[in-house]
Design a protein around this ligand. Structure first.
Ligand code: AMP
Ligand code: MG
Length: 396
């Protein structure tokens, strides 16, 4: 048997075929999870003015300690009407504008105020004053292009006055699940039939990778049904199928795709589960043939499809985002194929320990649902001992 492609080789072949999608303006409120297509710059200094970090009193540090008349009360959003003069104090709230002439804030907890006078201990210049531009300057880059926008980045952009960002378009994705035995949950099962579970998994996983799932259909192992569904699916940016890519007489996906003009880039990868995965292109459309076993489809998605979707959106690092950890119990390695084991993640204080679950077969989606991670057990001989350093992908 010819040697199979490695996971890394297969991923490289996929990423080579990706042309990032054009960008579009996106209101910040809709930008969570989107990928920034160009650097976003601050519209204002951040903070935009010297602002108080505490509720307290503002004054000149050089005047303190002493007892000072309270000549104004500054709330957030309501600056003082005039500068502060020597020997004066002003009450100030957190976020209030520190007036011209003042250079320090004394927290309310350390003063005594009585009859319009406040008694203040000594204070360093600049104490509890957030200087203008201390976080960021107007025109500075707030978030670099290629960043997947998380809540913190959205907050930084909003704080910097950015209302709209340029993001890569969402990849339009079609999902076609194949198999005459598949019925929708809720329907009655005849003997030999099973509930279709890859469609809902793939649709949710695709959405979490920024894709817009345009169509999700299930077809029988029938040439005409395949041809119709695949032809339509090929109009998307990405077509993801499940099932029908093995060597059985009812596995039609690759042949029909070929008839429809798909150029197959590879078929089969040295990965477990998920070996029969196929990948091809038609024009700029990426075509993934995931195997039908649910855990194989899951692994194929996380290792190959998600990175392709992020690359389509111009993500700086399309992943997959492997993290280091330690294996909690020993596992037997596969001699030929890199294996992704479903595991529970726990912390032992020093770091992450990965406990492989029982029930590692590729049809065992219910067992897989208890997993937090896919642990990479590189191919090789013998056991991978408990305590071995491994890499894993978090399942979110
Ligand atoms: P296949 O890759 O088509 O040979 O399918 C492999 C195994 O996965 C078979 O046991 C199928 O019944 C099962 N399977 C295929 N597609 C699905 C699906 N969408 N949902 C659940 N199981 C599936
Ligand atoms: Mg099948």
């Amino acid at each position: 048997m010819a040697t199979l492609l490695t996971v890394d080789e297969a991923r490289r072949l996929i990423l080579e075929r990706v042309t990032p999608l054009p960008s579009e303006p996106v209101p910040l409120a809709d930008a969570a999870g989107r990928v920034l297509a160009e650097a976003a710059r601050a519209a204002v200094d951040l903070p935009a003015f010297p602002s108080s970090a505490m509720d307290g009193f503002t004054l000149r540090a050089a005047d303190a300690p002493g007892r000072f008349p309270v000549v104004a009360r500054i709330a957030a959003g309501h600056p003082a009407a005039r500068p502060l003069a020597a020997g004066e104090a002003m009450a100030i709230a957190t976020g209030g504008v520190v007036p011209e002439g003042a250079d320090a804030v004394v927290p309310i907890e350390v003063v005594t105020e009585e009859a319009g006078l406040v008694e203040v201990p000594s204070v360093e210049p600049g104490a509890h004053v957030r200087p203008r531009g201390g976080d960021l300057r107007q025109g500075d880059v707030v978030v670099e292009h290629g960043t997947v926008l998380r809540p913190t980045e959205l907050a930084a952009l909003a704080a910097a006055g950015v209302a709209e960002v340029a993001c890569a378009r969402r990849p339009r994705v079609a999902v076609v699940t194949t198999g005459s035995e598949l019925r929708r949950p809720g329907e009655a099962l005849a003997p030999g039939q099973i509930f279709e579970s890859n469609g809902v998994m793939l649709a949710a996983a695709l959405a979490s990778a920024g894709a817009a799932v345009e169509a999700q259909v299930s077809v029988a192992d029938d040439e005409t049904e395949h041809r119709e569904a695949l032809e339509r699916g090929l109009e998307a940016n990405v077509l993801v199928t499940s099932g029908g890519v093995s060597v059985g007489p009812h596995d039609l996906v690759r042949r029909i795709e070929q008839e429809l003009g798909v150029d197959e880039v590879f078929w089969r990868v040295a990965v477990k589960p998920g070996k029969p995965i196929s990948f091809g292109v038609r024009g700029s459309t990426l075509v993934f043939g995931l195997p039908g076993n649910p855990v194989s489809a899951l692994v194929g998605f996380e290792v190959f499809v998600r990175p392709a979707l992020l690359a389509l959106q111009g993500a700086r690092d399309p992943g997959p985002p492997f993290q280091p950890g330690v294996l909690g119990s020993s596992v037997r390695r596969n001699a030929q194929r890199d294996e992704f084991l479903r595991a529970r993640v726990r912390s032992d204080g020093d770091g992450v320990v990965l406990e492989p679950l029982t029930g590692q077969e590729s049809h065992m989606i219910a067992r897989a649902a208890a997993a937090d991670a896919l642990v990479l057990a590189p191919r090789g001989d013998g056991e991978l001992e408990a305590g071995s350093r491994v890499r894993y992908l978090l399942l979110r």
